[in-house]
Design a protein around this ligand. Structure first.
Ligand SMILES: Cc1cc2nc3c(=O)[nH]c(=O)nc-3n(C[C@H](O)[C@H](O)[C@H](O)COP(=O)(O)OP(=O)(O)OC[C@H]3O[C@@H](n4cnc5c(N)ncnc54)[C@H](O)[C@@H]3O)c2cc1C
Length: 308
């Protein structure tokens, strides 16, 4: 079954960047806007954002998304739950998106706000603490571990460099190399110089209550008490496949390049916003990029409507 209508703009990704773009575009009251989202992203796993203007006590990703969707719907934006598997350009220089069952959507312009996903193993107890007392982003949540007993659970060098970076926040920090991947000589030297204990042992479970981590239980049965945690495993999945299929330029790390002013990629009428773009892995940056892209999508649509 195909969606016969051609949308003025399709936004793939109804997370933070996509929702902010949808609200901005909807408020022009001039365009048919469709958001397609598969329902699972970084903003659905983060239980609390605390660095956002107006939310000093934090707000969960789920709550922000629910509010954002309601706000976008109130200005006429449509939503569909679907997982887009491929993208091509149409003869009319628009975009055709297809899910894995063959359902298609067509848009005159396209915004990819597909984000990325952190790689982390399925450790019992971990997911319920993400964003409240176990964190991923030092710029977002370095503040939350100030002078607190902290563990970094990770893998090889990415975990080691996270522990080294965070040691400027707390003297009581331990690096647990859960996967036992190699740590370079240079990182070992720095861990030692900063007095960061190094444990190479698999974590069996993370204990916590009401969102606060309390201890780490290792496979060998030993326990380490803690107040805060960070994870850093490296190898995050960047959801840039659709952009790549359409010919957008990618960085070596698979993030999509775009014009810094408009967020349009090197492919005409194809935009990116949020974590799928280059170095922007913060909620507030994702919002800013979503709004910026929407402003330029509106300009492009107006030009098209005027026959330009
Ligand atoms: C544990 C954790 C804690 C964090 N804490 C903070 C914090 O305190 N402060 C802060 O500023 N930031 C924080 N972040 C980062 C923040 O969540 C991201 O920067 C933000 O979610 C980026 O928004 P986005 O719209 O780019 O991506 P997302 O919010 O991940 O949304 C992308 C959406 O695209 C959809 N999607 C992807 N591919 C497809 C497809 N092919 N078809 C259909 N839909 C698709 C996904 O379902 C998803 O809903 C945290 C992240 C994590 C994981």
């Amino acid at each position: 079954m195909n969606n016969k209508e051609v949308e003025d703009c399709i936004i793939v990704g109804g997370g933070i960047a996509g929702l902010q773009a949808a609200i901005q575009l909807g408020r022009y009251s001039a365009h048919r806007v469709l958001v397609i989202d598969r329902g699972y992203g970084r903003s659905t796993i983060c239980k609390s954002y605390r660095n956002i203007l107006g939310w000093p006590d934090g707000v969960s990703g789920d709550e922000l998304r629910a509010r954002g969707r309601k706000q976008a719907e109130s200005v006429g934006v449509k939503f569909v739950k679907d997982d887009i598997a491929s993208a091509t350009q149409t003869e009319a220089r628009g975009f055709r998106l297809t899910n894995k069952n063959g359902t298609q959507y067509e848009g005159r312009t396209l915004l990819l706000a597909t984000g990325l996903m952190d790689r982390y193993p399925d450790i019992a107890g971990l997911s319920s603490l993400l964003g409240t007392s176990v964190f991923v982003c030092p710029d977002c949540d370095g503040y939350e571990i100030q002078d607190r007993r902290t563990v970094v659970i990770g893998s090889g060098d990415p975990g080691a460099s996270m522990a080294i970076l965070l040691s400027e926040r707390t003297k009581d920090i331990t690096y647990i190399n859960h996967e036992g991947h190699a740590v370079s000589e240079e990182h070992r030297r720095q861990l030692e110089a900063k007095g960061i204990p190094y444990i190479e042992e698999e974590v069996a479970e993370i204990k916590g209550e009401a969102g606060t981590i309390s201890s780490v239980i290792f496979k060998d049965g030993t326990t380490l008490q803690t107040e805060r945690g960070f994870i850093s495993f490296g190898g995050n999945a960047i959801y840039s496949e659709l952009a790549q299929q359409l010919g957008a330029e990618l960085e070596h790390n698979k993030h999509v390049k775009s014009d810094p002013r408009s967020k349009m990629t090197c492919v005409e009428n194809l935009w990116v916003a949020g974590d799928v773009g280059v170095h922007s892995e913060l909620t507030t940056v994702a919002m800013g990029e979503g709004a910026t892209a929407a402003i330029w999508i509106n300009k492009a649509l107006k030009k098209m409507n005027a026959g330009g």
